[in-house]
Design a protein around this ligand. Sequence first.
Ligand code: FES
Length: 159
Amino acid sequence: MEEKKVFTSEIKNLVDKWKDKEGNLIMILHEIQNHHGYVPRELALELSSMLEVPLARIYEVITFYNFFKLSPPGKHRISVCMGTACYLKGAPEIIKEIKNILHVEEGRTTQDGNFHLDVVRCLGCCGLAPVVMIDGKVYGKVKKQEIMDIISTYVKEEE
Ligand code: FES
């Protein structure tokens, strides 16, 4: 209940701020995304009733733009490069391995909230292909067999 009240006042403030401006739905969604790291369903529902915009329309906008996320960001962010160099050097196998180990899909966060997996285009260090970045740390010339070791250092950190 407490949480609902907080959500309601958060949305009310945003709606007051943006209500007469053009493109207000996107601007409000941006503010929510920046604040929470994703757009929680409860907020989307509140927004739908306050702005009198169908919930389906809100989700249409959220899913159209990559910037908006529907689930909370994971503690550790894994980015796998699928730029040309990395692709040719085996990035698809690396992604497959990460998905198998963590049971997570691209653009999603693991159930325990520890890892978020993203696929990106060229991290700017093609000479190190295939490249994986975790929390800003670059792992170059990554081999499929090394993935388990790399991930387990972050898992240990959590324990
Ligand atoms: S293609 Fe992967 S770092 Fe450039």
